[in-house]
Design a protein. Structure first.
Length: 433
C-alpha cells in the first residue's frame, strides 16, 4: 500500500496477480529515485517451488511490475547492489538503478543468515547506504521441540530432537502424531509415540502441511501446493497405498478438522482479494466444497465438537481475533468463549474428547473453558493454565483425549553461542578487489 507522508487514506501500490497465483506482496524498499521500489512476491504457499516468487520492481506511476530475480528472500539496495538471502548466505549483485537491471554476477557477503522460505521472503539483515551491513546469526538453529506438559505446564516428557516442526496433530487413539517437517518446504511425517520412531509420510517436492486424521485414524488428509495453489490430498495412515487428490482450488487452503462421521473436512480458505480467511467444508462423498463462515471479517481454525453439534472457530469480527462457538450445521446463537481480559489475540481452539472443555491460546497463554452443551449451550470462566514459548509462527499445541496432557510445539531453550548480531563495515569494498 501507499500513503501520503502527511497522512491520509492508504491506496494499493501493487495488485495481486491471479494468473501467477500471488498470495502476498511484501518487503517494499524504495530505489534512489523515490518512484521505483523493490518488493517480494509470494506465489503459492511454496515460494521456493514457484517460478513466479522473487524480487520484483514496481513504480508509483503505474501498477505494472517486473521480475528482477527469482529468490527466496526480499532484497535491500545499497552501494549499487541488491542484497538478498540465498539459503543461509547473504548475496550481493550489481544493479543499475537507472536501467533497473542486474549488471553482474552475485557474490557472497556473509553466511549464517536466518530466515526461511516459510517466512515468505524474510531475511534477517539490513544494509545502510553508508556501507554497513548488519545481520542476525543462527540460520542453522533448531526450530521447535515437541513436549508433553501437564495442565500446570510441568514438562512430563520431551519427544525426540528439536526440528523444524509445524502443526502437529494427534491421532484419535493417542498413539501417533502427524506433523509437517521442513524449514523451507514441508513434508508430512508421522511420529509413533510408543516406539519413538518418526516415519516420513509424503515425498513430493511440493509443500505438504496441515495433517488431519480421519475419525478412525485410517487416513490422513493434508494440504499441498504440488499441483496448484491449494489442494487437499488423503493417504492411508499406514503409508501403504496411493495418495489421492480429493479437492483442488486456486486459493490457499488449510485443513483443520475431519468430522466424526467421516464425511466433512473443514478447512481455511484465503480470499486474496479481501485479505481474509474463510471457513469452508468439503463433502468427501460428493467432492463439493461450500463456504460456512465468510464475510468482511476473517474466520479460521474451525473445530467440530466431538458430537458434531457445535463449531469452535477464531474470528476478528470484534476487531481482534477471539474464539467463538456456534451450532453446527445451523441454528440460533453464537458465543464468544474467549471472555478473559487478555490484550493479545485469542486463537487455536481445541475440544476435549468429551466436549466438556474447550482450550485456546491468548497470546502465549493456554486457557481452558468448561462447556455444558447438554441441553442449551453454556460455558464457564476461562482458566489460565500455563505460558508457552510461542514466539514463532510454527508454535502450536494439541490436547490428549482426557485433557490432562498438552502436547506443545515450542521453541527450545536459546543457544546463546549461536545467537546475536554481526556488523560488517565497508562490505562492498571487498567485492571490488
Amino acid at each position: 500500500m501507499r500513503v501520503q507522508s502527511g497522512g491520509g487514506a492508504p491506496e494499493p501500490a501493487t495488485v495481486l496477480h491471479e494468473d501467477r497465483s500471488d498470495i502476498a506482496h511484501r518487503w517494499p524498499q524504495f530505489l534512489p529515485n523515490g518512484r521505483h521500489f523493490l518488493f517480494y512476491v509470494v506465489s503459492t504457499t511454496n515460494p521456493l517451488a514457484s517460478e513466479h516468487s522473487g524480487i520484483y520492481i514496481g513504480t508509483l506511476d503505474s501498477k505494472e511490475t517486473r521480475l528482477i530475480l527469482r529468490s527466496e528472500s526480499r532484497a535491500d539496495y545499497a552501494q549499487g547492489r541488491i542484497l538478498y538471502r540465498a539459503g543461509a548466505t547473504l548475496m550481493a549483485c550489481a544493479f543499475d538503478p537507472t536501467d533497473r537491471e542486474l549488471a553482474g554476477d552475485p557474490f557472497p557477503v556473509a553466511t549464517d543468515i536466518p530466515g526461511g522460505g516459510v517466512s515468505w521472503g524474510g531475511a534477517q539483515f539490513d544494509a545502510s547506504s553508508g556501507g554497513m551491513v548488519v545481520h542476525m546469526r543462527g540460520a542453522g538453529a533448531a526450530g521447535t521441540q515437541l513436549r508433553w506438559r501437564d495442565r500446570r505446564g510441568k514438562i512430563l516428557e520431551t519427544i525426540g530432537e528439536p526440528g523444524a516442526y509445524w502443526n502437529p496433530s494427534i491421532s484419535h487413539d493417542g498413539t501417533r502424531v502427524a506433523l509437517s517437517v521442513g524449514n523451507d518446504v514441508g513434508d508430512i511425517w508421522i511420529y509413533d509415540l510408543d516406539s519413538n520412531m518418526k516415519t516420513r509420510f509424503t515425498f513430493h517436492a511440493g509443500d505438504d502441511q496441515y495433517a488431519t486424521w480421519s475419525p478412525e485414524d485410517s487416513r490422513v488428509a493434508f494440504s499441498s501446493s504440488r499441483d496448484t495453489t491449494g489442494a487437499i490430498y488423503t493417504r492411508p495412515a499406514s503409508g501403504q497405498g496411493d495418495t489421492r487428490l480429493i479437492f483442488q482450488t486456486d486459493a490457499t487452503i488449510e485443513p483443520t478438522d475431519w468430522s466424526e462421521d467421516g464425511r466433512l473436512i473443514m478447512f481455511n480458505r484465503l480470499d486474496a482479494a479481501k485479505g481474509a480467511y474463510e471457513v469452508w467444508m468439503l463433502d468427501t462423498h460428493t467432492s463439493e466444497a461450500t463456504p460456512l463462515l465468510e464475510g468482511g471479517s476473517s474466520y479460521a481454525e474451525a473445530k467440530l465438537s466431538p458430537d458434531g453439534k457445535w463449531l469452535a472457530f477464531a474470528s476478528d469480527e470484534s476487531g481482534r481475533m477471539e474464539v467463538y462457538v456456534q451450532p453446527f450445521p445451523g441454528g440460533q446463537g453464537k458465543w464468544m468463549i474467549s471472555s478473559d481480559e487478555g490484550s493479545s489475540q485469542a486463537t487455536t481452539p481445541r475440544w476435549r474428547s468429551d466436549g466438556k472443555e474447550l482450550f485456546y491460546l491468548r497470546g502465549s497463554t493456554l486457557l481452558a473453558v468448561p462447556i455444558d452443551a447438554g441441553g442449551t449451550f453454556s460455558f464457564g470462566t476461562p482458566t489460565p493454565l500455563f505460558n508457552m514459548n510461542v514466539s514463532s509462527s510454527n508454535a502450536h499445541y494439541e490436547v490428549d483425549r482426557g485433557g490432562q496432557r498438552i502436547l506443545t510445539n515450542e521453541l527450545p531453550p536459546t543457544d546463546q553461542s549461536n545467537m546475536g548480531a554481526v556488523l560488517i563495515q565497508n562490505w562492498a569494498s571487498s567485492l571490488n578487489r
